[in-house]
Design a protein around this ligand. Structure first.
Ligand SMILES: [Zn+2]
Length: 116
């Protein structure tokens, strides 16, 4: 049972990761990416949170895990920028979002993910 759970868990993580890389890396529509990113980030956070709940023996760990996951997800959504020129996505977990596109060098508009 433990073994099957692990396989399912890693399959789900692999699928979420593959879809995310494919969509956010190869897609060129900055507007569409800004719309979808919050849903994607929250879905990923819920998967990680519930799996942590499943494998964690103590409640103490969960009291740390959920807030940490929430903060990372919020920062991820808040600091993600997509270049309007080339569609390149930049994910930063720092408190200051990137200002210039590393791919084409154009200045990034400070439009947050979820807004459009
Ligand atoms: Zn660019």
């Amino acid at each position: 049972m433990e073994y099957l759970g692990l396989i399912i868990f890693f399959s789900v993580v692999a699928i979420i990761g593959a879809v995310g890389v494919w969509f956010f890396h190869f897609g060129r529509s900055a507007i569409r990416k800004r719309k979808i990113l919050p849903f994607y980030a929250i879905a990923a956070a819920v998967v990680f949170g519930t799996s942590a709940e499943y494998w964690t023996p103590t409640k103490m760990v969960l009291m740390i895990a959920w807030p940490v996951i929430s903060v990372i997800t919020l920062l991820y959504i808040r600091n993600s920028r997509f270049c309007d020129n080339c569609g390149r996505g930049m994910m930063s977990l720092s408190f200051t979002p990137p200002r210039y596109c590393p791919a084409c060098g154009s200045q990034l508009q400070h439009i947050r993910a979820g807004n459009h």
